[in-house]
Design a protein around this ligand. Structure first.
Ligand code: AMP
Ligand code: ZN
Length: 675
């Protein structure tokens, strides 16, 4: 290695930076009291990182660049909830709230009672456990009985106390709440992703859930998660008596406060609260799907009790899915990777649950017919919770006569070839594999996360590469030169280098990823992995006949045909040859080899006659455990027939077909060898 002498001022600066960054790490991660902005922090961090790259000897083991602030948790521990995290009873109707109130009234006899209304935040439920005032666990709801401890990520939530200070802190207290993103932050995250040409997140809730499960807390820290707490639990030690007081207690301890909750003395006030927030749900800044109504007094809650599934002292009033009227401007067609044509509703942009909706999938031709949707129609669109918007219905009474009935064209909107519809399928398909749209989708798929994982080649970049005629198929990616890419608009030199580097890197991907990346119809991640375990390289997969493929566990006849058809197509083979020439890995990697406990993988056993040591089922299970497939009938694809006493027709058939017949003892010997 080349030795570089380190100028003294560089060394001095690095030491300084290490100290400063460590200080801020502690502030941020351990005390949750950051003193500087993320931006400022990133600047310091990058400066240090650059110095250490230039002068590697500065990269000491205790440098903050070498560790994550706080502790890293590589795996999440699953821990039980001391009290199960239950669902809530829920209703969409105000009348049913009335009935709930009557049940409460009855349950409490003559006692007076009050409610607290809170918003039902549409996020991820979280249970914080504080022992002796210290945050020791942060559990997801999991299955309600036990959840994952994601404490390292939860600690990254700004403003969440890691330690409770004050008098009357219970020895152990569980505090439940909801983790979520504000809509503004969520949009920002997606905007950044769009600029980076990365796939967009679907909705704030899933993104919050994903962020909580991030392995590296530092990554989680980059996203501004929020938390609001709504339930405190600590038997016999509560420093308060009501929900309202518990929320005040939380506030005093420094937890973020929910400004929307309200004490309601009558069910009438509860109604008013529900109606008020139903109307203004779009302006509160985060997703919420209803109101939770809770009996205020803890003592009365005790009295009302809990069924096995839900507490009797709380209920959720759910907001109806939001609907809006707009104009269906046009129905366009999208051509997918395998040629499937999906009609898309192009809508006059309309605000729904805080987001602007301008497109919705219409699934297929039948759906459009069923709903009688016509271009130009006024339509009702709906968005329930955070689901993808859908077009509910058209409003025929508002038609002016100029609306156009949808007619599925007979040819592909992109390449003009004739569309086909297979028996029993909903989708029409462009069967032209060279169709520009399919080519584009295929390359996007090839570069995707679960395939070759070429991060720099998102949809926008792929499109540019195609438009500039720099590539025609995914194999061409590997012949790209830096100068080709550098010329692309929008692409600075540096990211171009990255792209080429990433493409280069992807040459080493597993056979499974590669097979998935090819985009063979019906071959998902799982089937691709099965193939990679079964075959040693791409060419052996390509030579496998349909009958051989069908025998493999997890691969049915449709998938097998699709695989065989792919390798029967000359243009595909041409691309594969190009990939091979470019040095892309086409071989099974060590990590994909059948594991030691699957030595019978790809073999099929048929048991016949009476076995001494096993029932038929036990014998089959034994073979299956070692990776084999067990079948009830003999064919030329059978690997072994295991013949017991008085074996009859199957034995005869095996002999006719030349299938190897073994005894039970021989079978035992094979099994023993591996277990
Ligand atoms: P559900 O999953 O529909 O049965 O509703 C129960 C879930 O609502 C809980 O697990 C919480 O995650 C969530 N929730 C959101 N806001 C509140 C709140 N203010 N009080 C209680 N639960 C809430
Ligand atoms: Zn086409």
């Amino acid at each position: 290695m080349k030795q570089t002498t380190v100028p003294p001022e560089a060394k001095k600066r690095a030491t300084e930076l290490q100290k400063t960054i460590s200080y801020h790490d502690k502030k941020y991660y351990d005390q949750a009291e950051p003193e500087i902005s993320d931006f400022e922090y990133d600047r310091l961090y990058r400066e240090l990182k650059d110095l250490e790259t230039t002068y590697p000897s500065l990269k000491t083991a205790d440098s903050p660049t070498q560790r994550v602030g706080g502790t890293t948790s590589k795996h999440f521990k699953t821990l039980p909830h001391r009290v199960p995290m239950l669902s809530l009873d829920n209703t969409y109707s105000l009348e049913e709230l009335e009935e709930f109130d009557q049940r409460v009234h009855k349950g409490l006899g003559a006692e007076k009672y009050e409610y607290v209304c809170e918003l039902k935040i549409d996020g991820v439920s979280m249970e914080l456990v504080y022992e002796e005032g210290i945050l020791v666990h942060a559990l997801t709801r999991g299955d309600g009985e036990k959840g994952d401890d994601v404490i390292e990520n939860v600690k990254m939530i700004r403003g969440l106390p890691h330690q409770l200070k004050g008098i009357n802190i219970p020895k152990r207290v569980e505090i439940r709440g909801e983790v979520f993103f504000t809509r503004e932050d969520f949009e920002k995250i997606n905007q950044e992703r769009e600029e980076q040409d990365e796939p967009l997140f679907a909705n704030p809730r899933n993104t919050a859930s994903g962020t909580l499960k991030t392995i590296d807390p530092k990554e989680a820290a980059k996203k501004p998660l929020h938390i609001l707490l709504y339930y405190v639990f600590s038997p016999n030690e509560l420093p308060f008596e009501t929900q309202k007081e518990s929320l005040q207690w939380l506030k005093k301890l420094g937890f973020p406060e929910d400004p929307h909750h309200r004490l309601c003395k009558t069910i009438g006030e509860v109604h008013a609260y529900c109606e008020e927030y139903q109307a203004k749900r779009d302006s509160i800044g985060f997703d919420c799907d209803g109101v939770v109504l809770k009996v205020n007094s803890y003592q009365q809650r005790e009295k009302l009790g809990t069924t096995s599934k839900i507490p009797r002292w709380a209920i959720a009033f759910k907001f109806a899915a939001q609907k809006a009227e707009t104009t269906l401007k046009a129905i366009t067609l999208q051509v997918g990777r395998t040629g499937a044509i999906t009609p898309v509703a192009e809508l006059e942009p309309v605000l729904l649950e805080g987001t602007t909706v301008s497109r919705a999938t219409l699934h297929n031709e039948d759906e459009i017919k069923r709903k009688d949707l016509r271009a130009g129609d006024r339509v009702i669109v709906e968005k329930g919770g955070s689901v993808i918007p859908k077009v509910l219905q058209s409003l025929p009474e508002k038609r002016k006569g100029s609306e156009k009935v949808f007619k599925m064209p007979s040819t592909c909107p992109v390449c003009g070839s004739k569309l086909e519809r297979e028996e029993g399928e909903a989708a029409w398909r462009c069967e032209n594999a060279a169709c520009d749209a399919q080519v584009e989708r295929r390359i996007e798929h090839f570069c995707g996360r679960d395939a070759m994982d070429i991060r720099g080649a998102g949809p926008a970049v792929v499109k540019q590469l195609l438009d500039e005629k720099l590539i025609r198929d995914y194999a061409d990616l590997y012949t790209l030169k830096e100068k080709d890419v550098a010329n692309l608009e929008r692409k600075a030199e540096k990211s171009a280098q990255n792209l080429i580097g990433q493409i280069d890197e992807s040459r080493k991907r597993t056979l499974g990823r590669f097979l998935f990346g090819l985009g063979i119809r019906h071959v998902g991640v799982h089937v691709a992995e099965i193939l990679a375990t079964r075959y040693k390289d791409l060419w052996s997969v390509s030579e496998a006949a349909v009958e051989e493929l069908t025998v493999i566990d997890g691969i049915g006849p449709i998938v097998a045909h699709s695989i065989a058809a792919f390798f029967d197509t000359a243009s595909n083979i041409k691309i594969l040859k190009k990939l091979e020439k470019s040095g892309v890995n086409l071989k099974r990697l060590k990590e994909e080899e059948p594991s030691g406990d699957q030595p019978f993988l790809g073999q099929t056993f048929v048991f016949t006659g009476e076995l001494r040591g096993y029932s038929r089922k036990e014998a089959e299970d034994t073979a299956k455990k070692l990776g084999a497939k067990a079948s009830g009938s003999v064919s030329k694809l059978t690997t072994y027939v295991v013949a017991g006493e008085a074996a009859g027709s199957k034995l005869k058939k095996a002999k006719e077909l030349g299938v190897e017949v073994i005894t039970e003892d021989q079978f035992n010997a094979m099994v023993k060898k591996y277990s």
